[in-house]
Design a protein around this ligand. Structure first.
Ligand code: GAP
Length: 453
């Protein structure tokens, strides 16, 4: 496994662009900070990850309901949830050039741990230590900056037409709790899962797809009886670890970190962050939170719609509590790419390749005719290719350049298997199957070609 340095980020960003995984958003206009576009291979990698998540957490379980709520929601949703008042990060400004920074990041860069600090304490420590902006200028007062992306809906721009692009997918789940209960009458515990976009006006987006202004989340709100919260929290911790394994993340680079009282989100009584060792430091990958009955209670109060639950077995009516596993799609992709990026030596040559798990790899199998200018080989290769495509996705045909180059190209995008059709194929109906990681080639009968993932 390759050891990661700052350099690894540059290599991955360059590979992602060159090979059609991820491009800078609005690139031809100079970009738009905090936005990235997924290219042909990137969107397939992303869909594979989302489909795997949906299968593992929704389809393969009997206690889960899927949802796809609107991104735009009534402003009262976000007032009730506390986001309009409190979804903010500490902002500090360079007093000379007016550049703005996350105050906690500035402190970290000056070897001060900002965990649990109030804005007041940040101001004090900046003054006490004489901390300057990254450009060496004096800093202004730290203040809270709300990250909600605000817009107006309809032709009038006034207070009543204000709406927000959702900052988390969770909001759509809470406001549909009653709908799902009324339609399906599920017994507790049960969950509602959603995958979709979320928007945050981050003060300093950066580190490629790590901190975005437009991001995607895979979230579950798992509704429980209050006394079940500890068991349920443990269950979801295990499930998240199972997921981390399924997508092939480097296990020893993932760390569970207990979040202190002061640093938890306003709605949480216990949070564990799953942090990943990125080349730019160990930072959040996923979160697991015990949100208590905070959201359903707040939405009941604000909407005047009863969001309690009647338990037929115990004949009790109460507000369910919630365990929330929350996973960012983009951070998953970054961690997957970093875990997969490998440099080694094969056949006396150095190579850089993506050791992607076959379950997420955008291309699973590449089929080659040994020579491009031999019609019999090309015809046979296309026949094998077309037959494989009938039964699986992620099969490509490639006859460009020599075989060595084709292997390198497929290695670089993480294709686990390459099949070559040569002159022996025409005699005995066998092909060579080459394994990406070892470079080993095996002769296999065409009718026995199977790929397990
Ligand atoms: N519903 C809970 C919630 O949204 P969060 O910790 O703010 O909690 C959950 O976000 C996950 O969403 C994070 O663990 C991360 O994977 C992803 N995420 C959050 N902000 C992000 C950003 N600016 N860019 C990319 N991913 C982000």
């Amino acid at each position: 496994m390759t050891d990661h340095t700052e350099n690894t980020m540059e290599k991955i960003i360059s590979l992602a662009k060159r090979r059609g995984f991820i491009y800078q958003g609005s690139e031809i206009y100079g970009g738009l900070a905090g936005t990235w576009d997924y290219g042909p291979l990137g969107v397939t990698l992303k869909n594979n990850i989302k489909n795997l998540w949906w299968k593992m957490f929704v389809e393969d379980r009997e206690d889960m309901y899927g949802l796809d709520a609107a991104l735009l929601m009534n402003q009262n949703v976000w007032k009730a949830s506390g986001h309009v008042a409190g979804f903010s990060d500490p902002l500090v400004e360079d007093t000379k050039n007016q550049k703005r920074y996350r105050a906690d990041h500035v402190l970290e860069e000056n070897s001060v741990d900002p965990k649990g600090m109030t804005v007041l304490q940040m101001n004090e420590i900046i003054k006490e230590k004489g901390i300057k902006s990254p450009d060496g200028n004096p800093l202004g007062e730290v203040r809270q900056f709300n990250m909600m992306l605000k817009t107006h809906i309809g032709p009038t721009e006034d207070e009543n037409s204000v709406t927000y692009l959702r900052p988390e997918t969770a909001g759509g789940i809470f406001v549909n709790f009653k709908n799902v209960v009324d339609s399906f009458h599920p017994k507790l515990p049960f969950g509602i899962a959603q995958i979709g976009k979320a928007f945050r006006n981050e003060i300093s987006p950066g580190n490629f797809i790590f901190r975005l202004r437009e991001l995607e989340q895979m979230e579950i709100e798992y509704f429980i009886r209050p006394e079940q919260w500890q068991d349920s929290f443990e269950h979801w911790k295990q499930q998240m670890n199972k997921w981390i394994e399924a997508i092939g993340l480097t296990k020893n680079k993932v760390h569970e970190v207990e979040i202190s009282d002061k640093d938890r989100a306003h709605y949480s009584k216990r949070t564990i962050d799953f942090e990943f060792e990125y080349p730019f430091g160990q930072k959040e990958l996923y979160g697991l939170a015990y949100r208590t009955d905070y959201d359903l209670t707040k939405h009941t109060e604000a909407s005047n719609v009863d969001l309690t639950y009647y338990d037929e077995d115990t004949k009790e009516r109460f507000t369910p509590h919630v365990i929330e596993p929350s996973m960012g799609v983009d951070r998953t992709i970054l961690a997957v790419l970093l875990s997969a990026y490998t440099e080694d030596e094969l056949g006396g040559e150095t190579r850089a390749y993506l050791k992607l798990s076959p379950a997420v790899a955008p291309v699973k199998v590449a089929v080659f005719p040994l020579l491009k200018n031999k019609p019999q080989l090309v015809e046979k290769a296309r026949e094998v290719y077309m037959n494989l495509r009938k039964n699986m996705s992620g099969v490509v045909f490639d006859d460009n350049g020599n075989i060595g180059k084709r292997y390198r190209r497929q290695d670089e995008i993480g294709t686990p298997w390459c099949i070559t059709i040569d002159f022996d194929t025409l005699e005995d109906n066998t092909v060579t199957v080459r394994d990406r990681d070892s470079g080993e080639q095996k002769r296999v009968k065409i009718e026995e070609l199977t790929f397990n993932f």
